[in-house]
Design a protein around this ligand. Structure first.
Ligand code: ATP
Length: 513
């Protein structure tokens, strides 16, 4: 199936099974804003718990906070967001559609990559076993030509971004003959900068209200609380502060479902270190965060690092962790070495001294910072994309199954009486009532067992147990495993331990420490 179709199916699956709904749907929705349904919120909470415990519980020197969304407006001046949190936008005069100029150029680069991949695929088929990809890349004229075009474009694009050269961005779009996908024309406006922060007003206008911003990242709430946490927690450098919370960006182009939203959630950690030690810690957190992703077992080949072409105004190193989405490898998490930029800026703008006295060095300094920043919603999307599977079964049947890591699955166990009589529903409820003390469970007695299994497969429930007449006699149930569809008879007394072992985050954490 084409990847585009997979993505479309995933989006409709999310809606049909209560994971994600368009926001304000009965009013025709609101661009790039989404609501999480009954299963979505469970998956989202499990992702957040996996992150929080991995960062705050496993690392002795990381603590959490929960800062507010509204903050003093000067914070955003100090952080550089008022002046520099911009995206370059361009309009097509015929379709009146708006695009991000950098994204148009990145898509053009991806087209060259696709052409190269196609040549390689063709050759692979032709030469079979004896195919030498490295040699083919070096010698095939069409591959060479496209690679040269791509490399030249990449160099020119990176320079234009770093120089903040908007005219050059436009010229690249013209030179590459990039057309608007709607009108098909090259009738482009100038490229302009567009600030992504939402504003609102605090206080009544009669009193003289203040213009404030909805935070575009949670990180600044951590920086402005650096001294509070360091002093009250008696924290010694190196240490980190983590938080999970909403962030808002007035994205120019909202596409790809929950990949790019205007209201989203971030899980961020700022790790404060001695100046000069930041590269060591950058490498440390890169490795730790990649392990966190890969522990979920969705295939190491589906992740890659991607170093930034353009460093943000505050960074001296930056990389993304990308996941293979149905629309290609895309950023899920950013790891940035932010120098001492933010703390210094807040010291300057607030007039307060923000320093740390290092007893070992017997000196005060402004700490350097390594940031790990992951979007909950993008993590949610990547998890679903990795889990969504359509399977053909024996006998011509098929099923859609979400092969979610059991630890993240919204429902852990479904309890089903075989028939609605002979005391089986009562026995099933009795089992449910003990299991629900610890696990999110569902009771289902409607339709055939086969149909009930399909419903649980579609939301990724790892275990179903069926209560039948034998259960009443010997207290055993049939457990049916989601991925293998195998069934096994086990004692009800063993059920709790079996589920606990599989859905507890401990097994994941063991891979991180
Ligand atoms: P992009 O280049 O895709 O716009 P970014 O580099 O601006 O992302 P960061 O500022 O590094 O993103 O934000 C950290 C993380 O927050 C991202 O890795 C992503 O997971 C998440 N994120 C950022 N913007 C959005 C958005 N509009 N919708 C959903 N998640 C987002």
């Amino acid at each position: 199936m084409a990847q585009e179709d997979v993505f479309k199916k995933l989006v409709s699956h999310c809606k049909e099974y209560g994971f994600v709904f368009p926001s304000s749907e009965i009013y025709d929705g609101l661009g790039a804003v989404y609501d999480y349904g009954q299963n979505g919120v469970e998956l989202k909470n499990n992702i957040k718990k996996y992150w929080w415990d991995a960062m705050v519980k496993l690392n002795d020197n990381v603590v959490g906070i929960d800062s507010s969304i509204f903050m003093h407006p000067t914070i955003w001046k100090a952080s550089g967001h008022v002046d520099a949190f911009n995206d370059p936008l361009i309009d097509n005069k015929d379709s009146k559609k708006r695009y991000r100029a950098d994204v148009l150029i990145e898509e053009q680069m991806a087209k060259y990559d696709e052409k190269i991949e196609k040549e390689i695929e063709k050759a692979k088929k032709k030469f079979g076993e004896s195919f030498d990809e490295a040699k083919f890349r070096e010698t095939n004229p069409r591959v060479q030509e496209n690679q040269a075009k791509r490399d030249a474009l990449h160099t020119r694009f990176a320079k234009a971004l770093n120089d903040n050269n908007l005219e050059e961005l436009r010229q690249i779009i013209l030179d590459e003959e990039i057309v608007c996908p709607i009108s098909g024309t090259r009738n482009w406006t100038e490229v302009r900068q567009f600030n992504l922060m939402f504003t609102t007003e605090m206080g009544s206008t009669a009193d003289g209200s203040m213009k404030i911003y909805l935070r575009p990242e949670t990180a600044q709430g951590i920086f402005v609380n650096f001294l509070n946490v360091q002093k009250t927690g008696r924290m010694k450098i190196p240490f980190g502060i983590a938080q999970i919370g909403k962030a808002f960006r007035n994205e120019i182009v909202a596409r790809q479902f929950i990949f790019r939203m205007r209201e989203f959630e971030q899980m961020e950690m700022q790790f404060f270190v001695r100046p000069g030690e930041e590269m060591k810690w950058f490498e440390y957190w890169k490795a730790f965060r990649m392990k966190w992703h890969q522990a979920l077992g969705m295939g190491a080949e589906n992740y890659q690092f991607h170093d930034h072409d353009k460093l943000a105004h505050y960074a001296n190193a930056a990389t993304d962790i990308e996941f293979r989405m149905p629309f290609g490898f895309k950023e899920v998490e950013g790891i940035h070495s932010r120098t001492n930029f933010d703390l210094s800026q807040h010291a300057k703008y607030s007039g307060k001294k923000i320093e740390y006295f290092d007893p070992e060095l017997n000196q005060s300094y402004t700490p350097y910072v390594i940031e790990t920043s992951i979007g909950v919603d993008r993590m949610f999307l990547s998890t679903l994309a990795g889990a969504y599977t359509e399977e053909q079964l024996e006998g011509g049947d098929s099923r859609v199954v979400l092969k979610l890591p059991a630890q993240l699955a919204p429902v852990k166990l479904a309890v089903m009486p075989l028939v609605k009589k002979d005391g089986l529903p009562e026995k099933a409820r009795e089992i449910l009532n003990t299991m629900k003390l610890e696990f999110n469970c569902q009771y289902d007695e409607k339709d055939s067992i086969g149909k009930r299994y399909r419903r649980q497969d579609a939301i990724g429930t790892p275990f179903c147990v069926t209560v039948d007449h034998q259960t009443i006699e010997d207290n055993t149930v049939t457990v049916r495993y989601r991925d293998t569809m195998q069934q096994e008879r086990i004692s009800v007394d063993e059920l709790h331990a079996m589920i606990s072992k599989n859905v507890n985050n401990n097994e994941l954490f063991k891979q991180l420490v």
